[in-house]
Design a protein around this ligand. Structure first.
Ligand code: NAP
Length: 289
């Protein structure tokens, strides 16, 4: 069993960490808001007094943080992950970040002699709890192979994507498609309802059609009904990913007018105070109710 240090006990990190503990790993945790560490300690984890201490004590360090800025702060700032990484240790970043920032972190990590793997995940709170995430691995294939048992404690499928940056990019593709899909679903369904088609009929017919899919199956009823938007995947993170997807298009020289328009809708919904609600609250970029 591995000695693992886990940093970032948010919606995803906390259940992922519980699954590592359940598989018998020796886990030490750290979170910026320290009160989030207590439930994991009660479940058998050790708490670290600092990031550097956590890295010193573990063989493997995992981060599950909001965005590239958070990863940069935790990794590269004074007394961060880099300050204590040495040869023989492996750092795995499972956050959703841009390919560029992942490559930059990888190059800094390798200078310490440690190994690096990017391993962003597909699936939200429920798969994180159930240990059924799909994990995309990017980096040295030998490191990816060696880390598979650890990754399999949190997910039921690991897809090796190739060099660092490719897994981060693939993750953005999925969120780019999810974000734009929820925007066009919102526009189309609200228009249909305004035209007199009941919400249940819209959902029933979509489900029976070529565009029926898991995202609408899971989120559609709430979006067209009560609109409570309980946060599984916070809108603020989806907003970040839509921005990163537009930037990825720019970097590749591929126009992204659809993603750019969807990104604007996410910006409006976030400005209206829905950043901490679910990604499905993007519908509130279109309507006050
Ligand atoms: P979350 O609940 O908002 O948790 C974010 C974590 O990052 C918290 O532990 C937070 O610490 C920490 N953090 C943020 N800024 C920090 C900083 N500057 N320094 C130190 N720690 C910082 O987010 P989440 O939903 O778990 O998502 C985590 C990552 O997974 C994101 O990259 C997200 O895009 C990705 N993801 C999410 C889902 C999903 O459905 N939720 C699915 C797949 C991938 P505090 O507790 O102190 O705020």
């Amino acid at each position: 069993m591995a000695k693992i240090g886990f940093i970032g006990l948010g919606i995803m990190g906390a259940p992922m960490c519980r699954n590592l503990l359940a598989k018998g790993h020796d886990v030490t945790v750290y979170n910026r808001s320290r009160e989030k560490m207590a439930p994991l300690v009660a479940a058998g984890a050790k708490d670290a007094s600092s990031v550097a201490r956590l890295v010193e004590e573990g063989d493997i360090v995992i981060t599950m943080l909001s965005d590239p800025t958070a990863v940069w702060e935790v990794v590269a700032e004074t007394a961060g992950v880099l300050s204590a990484l040495t040869e023989g240790k492996t750092y795995i970043d499972m956050s959703t970040v841009s390919p560029e920032s992942s490559r930059e972190i990888a190059s800094m990590v390798r200078k310490t002699g440690a190994d690096f793997l990017e391993a962003p995940v597909l699936g939200s709170r429920k798969p994180a709890m159930e240990g059924t995430l799909v994990i995309l691995a990017g980096g040295d294939p030998e490191v990816a192979k060696r880390m598979e048992p650890v990754l399999h404690a949190m997910g039921n499928k690991v897809v090796y994507m190739g060099e660092v940056g490719l897994a981060a990019h693939m993750k953005l593709i999925i969120n780019q498609m999810l974000g734009t899909l929820l925007c066009v679903f919102s526009e189309a369904a609200l228009t249909g309802m305004a035209g007199g088609i009941p919400a249940e009929k819209i959902l029933e017919v979509i489900e029976s059609s070529v565009v029926g899919c898991q995202a609408i199956r899971i989120k559609g009823k709430d979006m067209l009904g009560e609109r409570r938007f309980p946060a599984h995947f916070p809108l603020k993170h989806a907003h970040k990913d839509m921005r990163l997807a537009v930037l990825a298009g720019d970097a590749a020289g591929v126009p992204t007018p659809v993603t750019a328009a969807a990104y604007q809708l996410f910006s409006i919904a976030r400005e209206r105070g829905f950043g901490d609600r679910d990604v499905s609250a993007v519908l509130r970029g279109l309507t006050e109710k």
